[in-house]
Design a protein around this ligand. Structure first.
Ligand SMILES: [Fe+2]
Ligand SMILES: [Fe+2]
Length: 194
């Protein structure tokens, strides 16, 4: 039996991983001869992470999915505790990273390395976070949760409608932001600069 919420969680992980990889590519390449576009696009991407994964995806995992899985499958309790802790960190880290980026943009080269170190730590933790969810928590959920659990989870995750998964049209409020990211960011998330 396929559960819609699990499909949504996996789709959202793929689009977030693609976003992180595009950002990493941009950061490794640096501003080159177009610093304005470089900082604008990175800012738009970090803002997206703050608006979607941090406000919709992770809180629903922490509030609705994790407590059920931890209760039904105590063997994943440690993993769940670690993932909850990551959620607290990433929610704050995305704003710290935006601030460090601003430091680099406004104060110049002397702040570049500070941003780069924090950014790489952030991306590595995030990718490992999603791996742990997919390898330990989602399979345990699939095994142990009840039909009533799935009804509630499916209904809640269905509301996310994250346009970066490519499966939903962006809400008009977000349309410009998404067009911008998709037009200017490099692959795998966007069509800009090879
Ligand atoms: Fe998560
Ligand atoms: Fe997740």
């Amino acid at each position: 039996m396929k559960h819609r919420s699990l499909e949504i969680i996996r789709d959202e992980h793929s689009s977030l991983a693609a976003m992180l990889q595009s950002m990493r590519l941009m950061v490794d390449r640096g501003p080159q001869d177009d610093p304005r576009n470089f900082f604008d696009v990175l800012r738009a991407m970090l803002f997206y992470i703050d608006e979607f994964p941090e406000r919709l995806h992770h809180p629903k995992e922490t509030e609705l999915l994790f407590p059920r899985v931890a209760a039904a499958a105590p063997e994943v309790g440690m993993a769940v505790a670690r993932l909850d802790h990551d959620h607290e960190y990433t929610e704050k880290a995305v704003r710290d990273i935006q601030h460090l980026l601003l430091g680099w943009e406004l104060l110049g080269e002397s702040r570049r390395q500070r941003f780069i170190d924090a950014f790489h730590r952030y991306v590595n933790l995030y990718l490992e976070h999603m791996r742990l969810e997919e390898q330990e928590v989602l399979p345990a959920a699939e095994k142990h949760l009840t039909e009533a659990d799935w009804r509630e989870l499916d209904a809640e995750f269905e509301k996310n409608c994250d346009p970066l998964t490519g499966k939903y049209k962006p809400d008009p409020v977000y349309e410009k932001l998404f067009t911008r990211i998709v037009r200017d960011a490099p692959a795998p998330i966007g069509l800009g600069g090879s």
